[in-house]
Design a protein around this ligand. Structure first.
Ligand code: ATP
Ligand code: MG
Length: 586
């Protein structure tokens, strides 16, 4: 399996947690890991400038110069510089991208050519934006490493990049190619799955480092089964784990989830403001007063993190860009902001005192409703997949799991479940767990497949089974085209080192290569490769040395139990083995 290089060459494992809202990194030296597994370093001082939001991660936003497409800044620096640039009016000279990871979840057309829009609608190939961001995180980390007095050669570092477990193989491959574009060698890179990484981290945490854990009760006991719920900014990513025994964790069901992370609340808040002041005011604030807009969003982030349960009767929110918002109301609505509020549907629930908005606690709490009910719904879906496993422990990780409203909603929906949360910044559990995973890639010993995989074949036509529209007439017998031949079923437990062998062969004399294509469906099965929901994952060609008249064979080994789909093809006559990856075709 792709474990990111020979263990003897590797002196350090470095992990990048590329999040929807926040990104961070963590690393540890091999020697440190051997002495104390939890001796993992992370950057604890992201320079947030004027903002009071303290975080062990930096916002996932990037500023690039338009002319040269080179990096200007990443993270808080990018936010601050963009705010400066916006106030001087030179925004057209720059690209500013934020929260763009979700495109790899929402878009179906993932390819190397896929473009994404920045905050003002200028587009760039997504792979360049992801690569520049990964590159910026890598550089930041290397600076941190050097300041610790460590001097490492690139070959001595194993990189681990985290991705949501519920992503498609294509999205994972996109991240891999972005990392390569950022200068990380393919053979030094591993992909880790976010909830898995967090789960591994919590396996190493002593109970006193976990909220909700009591003596004799932790996820690390042998034969413990628990749900892992990674509630981040963009998504909730859920899986279930079984700690069988020491260093042996198994996945109990395939990972799934939805787009209901913390940013759902941000969107609800912006919608709520738009309901009051209208689309034109909000658009103008975002596009023509970007610095003020950023202030508003940042201020809400601070408020969002301070909400308690039960929610206070009244909540005060300082509208930092009050003057701008008021000016826009006067310009577009010919009324003061205060009068706009008084004329809105919320007149009984909010009032304005100077630049402070006083909101009803219930109104504020309602902004969390969509996210909370969606999260609970996604958890129920996962539990339904394993009805006979009586899961009574939920491990919550990810920044949004710190939200008391979210914790309360989950506890209310599942009253007899014990909720465990790593005490020290659950937001870093993923990055630190990814480091542990890099040191010991086989900590998870088996996984459950998320798709059914197969290939396209042309068997002899069978009237009792095949669709007449697929019939191809031929001299040596009629055949059926586009038949989906399954070689891996969905929801199957696959040990990490299990190999599925599939034989391919030439069909013509002197054929110079054999094409290997793989199709997948999220359904349990497919009859034809063009069935609804069935897609081509990718294709590659295996060269046939000295092509000859007789039939030549290629043996393809698939590993479905790993974090990424691994493929090795062997040309039978020469014994030549090659590792392939499915390129990002459309
Ligand atoms: N104490 C808190 N209370 C409420 N929300 C919080 C708190 N801390 C962080 N959040 C929210 O959690 C989200 C960030 O979590 P995290 O850093 O785990 O996400 P991410 O890794 O960027 O996203 P993803 O994993 O979905 O790609 C943000 O929406 C943030 O507002
Ligand atoms: Mg995350």
């Amino acid at each position: 399996m792709a474990t990111g290089g020979r263990p003897s060459d590797i002196l350090m494992v470095a992990a990048i947690d590329f999040g929807t809202t926040y990104s961070g990194y963590a690393y540890s030296m091999k020697g440190e890991y051997e002495r104390d597994k939890l001796n993992i370093h992370a950057n604890t001082a992201w320079n947030s400038g004027t903002s009071t939001v303290m975080s062990l991660k930096a916002p996932t936003c990037i500023l690039l110069r338009k002319e040269t497409k080179e990096l200007v800044a990443f993270g808080y620096d990018a936010e601050n510089e963009y705010a400066d640039i916006a106030s001087t009016g030179r925004v057209d000279d720059y690209y500013y991208f934020e929260r763009f990871k979700m495109v790899l979840y929402t878009r179906e057309d993932i390819s190397r050519e896929m473009e994404i829009d920045d905050i003002r609608g200028s587009s760039l190939p997504a792979i360049d934006v992801f690569a520049a961001s990964i590159g910026a995180l890598r550089e930041h980390m290397m600076g941190h490493v050097e300041r610790q007095g460590l001097n490492l050669q690139p070959d001595e570092i194993k990189w681990v990049l985290t991705v949501p477990a519920m992503w498609t193989d294509k999205a994972k491959e996109f991240m891999r190619e972005s990392a390569e574009k950022a200068g990380i060698r393919r053979d030094r890179l591993m992909i880790a799955l976010e909830p898995e990484a967090a789960s591994i981290y919590c396996q190493h945490l002593p109970p006193d480092k976990m909220t909700g854990a009591i003596e004799g009760f932790s996820v690390a006991d042998d034969d413990t089964k628990y749900l892992v719920v990674d509630i981040g900014g963009g998504t909730v990513d859920i899986t279930a784990h079984h700690k069988v025994c020491q260093d042996n964790l198994q996945e109990l069901c395939s990972a799934s989830g939805g787009a209901c992370g913390g940013t759902t609340v941000d969107k609800e808040f912006l919608n709520f403001l738009e309901n009051i002041v209208g689309e034109r005011v909000m658009e103008s604030l975002a596009n023509d007063n970007s610095a003020s807009y950023l202030d508003l969003v940042r201020e809400f982030e601070i408020l969002k993190r301070s909400i308690s349960v039960p929610t206070k009767k009244k909540i005060n929110f300082t509208i930092k860009p009050f003057a701008d918002l008021n000016g826009l109301c006067l310009r577009f609505l010919e009324k003061e902001f205060k009068d706009v509020i008084d004329d809105s549907e919320y007149r009984d629930k909010i009032s304005l005192v100077g630049d402070k908005m006083r909101m009803d606690g219930d109104l504020m709490k309602s902004l969390f409703d969509t996210a909370c009910s969606h999260i609970v719904q996604e958890i129920r879906k996962v539990l339904k997949k394993i009805p006979t496993t009586n899961l009574k422990t939920f491990l919550l990780v990810g920044g949004f799991s710190e939200c008391l409203i979210v914790q309360d909603a989950i506890q209310q929906a599942f009253p007899d479940v014990r909720i465990l949360i790593p005490r020290e910044d659950p937001g870093l559990a993923v990055a630190k767990g990814a480091v542990l995973f890099g040191h010991k890639p086989d900590f998870i010993t088996s996984r459950i497949t998320r798709c059914t995989y197969g290939r396209r074949i042309r068997p002899l036509f069978d009237e009792s089974r095949h669709d007449p529209s697929k019939r191809v007439y031929g001299e040596t017998g009629d055949r059926c085209r586009d038949v989906f031949e399954t070689f891996m079923q969905k929801n199957k437990r696959v040990p990490v080192d299990e190999i599925v062998n599939v034989e391919y062969h030439t069909v013509m004399s002197s054929q110079g290569s054999v094409s290997v294509a793989i199709y997948y469906t999220l359904k349990d099965n497919a009859r034809y490769v063009d069935d609804n929901g069935c897609k081509k994952l990718g294709e590659f060609r295996v060269p046939i040395p000295s092509p000859s008249a007789e039939r030549r064979h290629v043996d393809v080994q698939f590993k479905f139990g790993w974090t990424e789909l691994e493929v090795i093809a062997t040309e039978r006559q020469t014994g030549e083995r090659t590792r392939y990856n499915f390129s990002l075709i459309n």
